[in-house]
Design a protein around this ligand. Structure first.
Ligand code: UTP
Length: 282
């Protein structure tokens, strides 16, 4: 039976330069940096799959061919490890390659997250889709964050959903921040959103992190969004226009997020995975 609320596509904006990780990101995309043996982008794709999604849309730039190569078979390596103890090390990624489609489009200019999402519109079409920022690595013992959001989407099918978490007030200026009315436990009807507010002007410390479920209404909203003072098109500004029509929900998710776009968060994620996984012996 077709589930009309099933989300089919996940968009990954991966066009950023990852300048906080230079020089590592000079030749390697930030999303290919590994937490232990797996690149960030693979964790993101696995989370999308956990939410029942198997069409991955990547918004890249011309320097990101390593991402494309990661989601293609590598016959030479496969031949060289065939029959050895290492053969199974490619099982997970090959399983992903076999069950998903990957399509790519380029963001022409670095005009911000809103523009990156807009750049993917032809590959998304006129349907609700998910967005994962792979540098926000989310973990949870139970359902993944995107799985939790997909469940909520069934209840609020006409709304966009943003994932939020409480951050220290001194750090709100790194995030989009929401103000809202509590609808049910952990779920807010968004009434205001501000991108990177000064802590003294921030309505709350409820910060938007890198998981979204967006209705196709986001594309005309992005078309009508003006560039900000830094020359970027912010997804927060486009979402605010939909929030004013009562169409945005914020969800305080279960689990933990690591900001792997920062060196500090990347180290914490590495520590977390090193502690919680059995390290390979080969
Ligand atoms: P970030 O600002 O965290 O990524 O954007 P960045 O620009 O790559 O990192 P720094 O600050 O230079 O170290 C959040 C996400 O949005 C994507 C990035 O790739 C990242 O996944 N993004 C951002 C785009 O795809 N295009 C943009 O124009 C901006």
């Amino acid at each position: 039976m077709i589930n009309s609320h099933q989300i089919n596509r996940c968009l990954f904006p991966v066009a950023g330069y990852g300048t906080r990780f230079l020089p590592a990101t000079k030749a390697i995309p930030k999303e290919m940096l590994p937490i232990l043996t797996k690149p960030l982008i693979q964790y993101g794709v696995e989370e999308a799959i956990s939410a029942g999604i198997n069409a991955m849309v990547m918004v890249t730039n011309k320097h990101k061919s390593a991402i494309k190569n990661h989601f293609k078979p590598h016959l030479d390596i496969e031949a060289s490890i065939k029959g050895s103890a290492k053969e199974s090390l490619l099982d997970e990624i090959n399983h992903i390659i076999n069950q998903c489609t990957f399509t790519y489009t380029e963001q022409q200019q670095m005009l911000g997250l809103g523009d990156a999402i807009y750049s993917g519109r032809m590959l998304i079409g006129n349907e609700t889709f998910a967005v994962i920022l792979a540098d926000d690595l989310c973990v949870n013992k139970g359902d993944s964050v995107l799985q939790q959001m997909s469940e909520l989407h069934k209840k609020y099918p006409d709304c966009c959903i943003v994932a939020i978490e409480q951050v220290p007030m001194s750090e709100v200026d790194k995030y989009g921040v929401i103000a809202g009315e509590l609808l049910e436990k952990n779920v807010y009807q968004v009434i205001n959103m501000i991108e990177k507010p000064n802590p003294k002007d921030a309505p709350t410390n409820l910060a938007i992190i890198g998981r979204y479920i967006l209705s196709a209404d986001i594309f005309p909203a992005l078309e009508n969004t003006k560039v900000d003072k830094n020359g970027e098109i912010q997804i927060t500004d486009a979402l605010l226009s939909l929030a004013k029509k009562g169409k945005v929900i914020a969800y305080q998710f279960q689990g933990k997020r690591f900001d792997c776009g920062s060196v500090k968060g990347f180290v914490s994620a590495t520590e977390h995975f090193a502690k919680n996984l059995i390290l390979r012996t080969i």
